[in-house]
Design a protein around this ligand. Structure first.
Ligand SMILES: Cc1cc2nc3c(=O)[nH]c(=O)nc-3n(C[C@H](O)[C@H](O)[C@H](O)COP(=O)(O)OP(=O)(O)OC[C@H]3O[C@@H](n4cnc5c(N)ncnc54)[C@H](O)[C@@H]3O)c2cc1C
Length: 399
């Protein structure tokens, strides 16, 4: 079987690794437009669920990712004019460059051919293959060529954002909100090595234009942001790696396959960075496609349909969460006047997932008196329920 992956991002490289591992006789080529070692962006975050999957599918690359990953504990919320608050949770982060280096190295070890600096400009010139994986990112040329067939839609988010890096090492995942003369502007920052952090800045288009960021070149814009966020950066510079300010593009596609071409990762669906899951989902797409072609090697259309169905079901809840989360940030100025703890609760519940008791719990975690009252209430409820609930062995005996 000959497979071509167009795009050497996390989706394309990881799929190449898994497809080759499953059957070393496959001829697999990855076309990547950037030179080796060059990519966009900074560190990305992920959680245990991805690590578990990675160790199940390829323990070798998983161990390298684990070794390279940076662990952070809790979220810190710094909003101008309010005391700093802390939210529970932990996660991992890794530079996108390092992730692609690990995956590229693993793919080459297994015999995958990676052609760097090889941009597919005309889809008619695709090398002949039994399966072509369009994993060429949110702006996928292969998807756009058959946009009508794929039922592809691209919605543009309202807020402006810029993906920056800084040598300032944040202690943990940090949200910082600053009030300027033109409105609120904020960052999502986290360390991804002992020497650098990701620093994503976001604001409404009104604030962006009001601060003059729409008229500044990269150096002047970064200097302005450094000034606005000076108390968080300790004088460290910001670097935008040349991509500039963007609006998030929400990509959806009704169908993911067209003959022997199949969409994967951001080419099929994007997930707002406010929930940090696009890389995970792209790699989980790769796992699902590798499984599908292993199960039905003789019937590619059935395999592709199975892949699409499995992934759409898995994606739906996260995409709803991502949508709610991005909408929260678009309305952020409406929450700005809330007191610190209510503000950080609203931020942590931006996906709209928590029931009311989580709010109560959140509001009580930082002060001793309500915490004790909550403990008493919970033990009283437990005692009351225990008196009403029939003993477990008696319930089990009822047919
Ligand atoms: C600001 C920001 C922060 C993010 N943070 C996180 C995070 O913390 N955690 C997380 O999980 N996700 C995060 N993401 C999302 C994540 O970056 C993407 O979802 C992920 O990279 C998708 O992987 P992919 O392989 O599908 O696409 P990409 O990573 O975009 O890879 C596509 C590749 O295809 C290549 N290519 C494109 N066109 C061609 C062509 N014609 N010929 C040859 N090659 C081509 C590109 O050069 C690129 O290397 C973030 C995204 C943004 C914008």
């Amino acid at each position: 079987m000959r497979i071509t992956c167009v795009g050497g991002g996390p989706a394309g490289l990881y799929f190449a690794v898994l497809a080759k591992l499953a059957d070393p006789s496959r001829e697999i080529t990855v076309l990547e437009r950037d030179p080796a070692g060059v990519t966009y962006g900074w560190g990305v975050v992920f959680w245990d669920d991805l690590l578990d999957d990675l160790f199940r599918y390829d323990p070798v690359s998983a161990a390298r990712i684990w070794d390279a990953a940076h662990k952070w504990d809790e979220y810190e919320v710094r909003a101008a004019g309010k005391p700093v608050t802390h939210l529970g949770g932990y996660g991992f982060s890794l530079g996108r460059h390092r992730l692609l280096e690990i995956l590229g190295e693993r793919a080459r070890e297994l015999g995958v051919e990676i052609r760097y600096s090889d941009e597919l400009t005309d889809p008619a010139q695709l090398p002949p293959a039994d399966l072509t994986v369009a994993c060429d990112g949110a702006g996928s040329r292969l998807r756009d060529q058959h946009a009508e067939h794929f039922g592809a839609q691209v919605e543009t988010g309202r807020n402006k954002y810029i993906w920056l890096g800084t040598p300032h090492v944040f202690r943990t995942f940090t949200f910082g909100f600053e009030r300027t003369e033109a409105g609120w502007i904020w960052f999502h920052a986290y360390p991804f090595t002992d020497r650098a952090s990701t620093f994503i800045v976001e604001c409404t288009p009104e604030t962006w234009a009001g601060l003059g960021l729409d008229r500044m070149d990269s150096a002047a814009g970064n200097a302005r942001l450094q000034q606005i966020f000076a108390r968080h950066l300790d004088g460290a510079p910001l670097d935008d790696a040349g991509r500039g300010w963007l609006n998030f593009r929400r990509v959806t596609a009704e169908r993911w396959d067209h003959g022997t071409v199949v969409l994967m990762g951001d080419a099929a669906h994007t997930t707002h960075f406010a929930i940090g899951s696009g890389t995970k989902l792209a790699m989980q797409d790769a796992m699902a496609l590798a499984d599908a072609i292993a199960l039905s090697p003789l019937a590619l259309p059935a395999a592709l349909e199975q892949y699409e169905h499995r992934r759409k079901v898995a994606l739906a809840p996260l995409q709803r969460a991502a949508y709610a989360s991005s909408a929260w940030f678009e309305r952020m100025p409406e929450y700005a006047e809330l007191p610190a703890r209510r503000f950080s609760y609203a931020l942590s519940n931006r996906r709209g997932e928590y029931p009311a008791w989580r709010y109560l719990l959140h509001m009580t975690t930082q002060s001793a008196v309500p915490r004790t009252m909550l403990r008493w209430t919970l033990s009283a409820r437990r005692w009351h329920r225990a008196r009403r609930r029939p003993a477990r062995h008696l319930t089990a005996a009822v047919p």
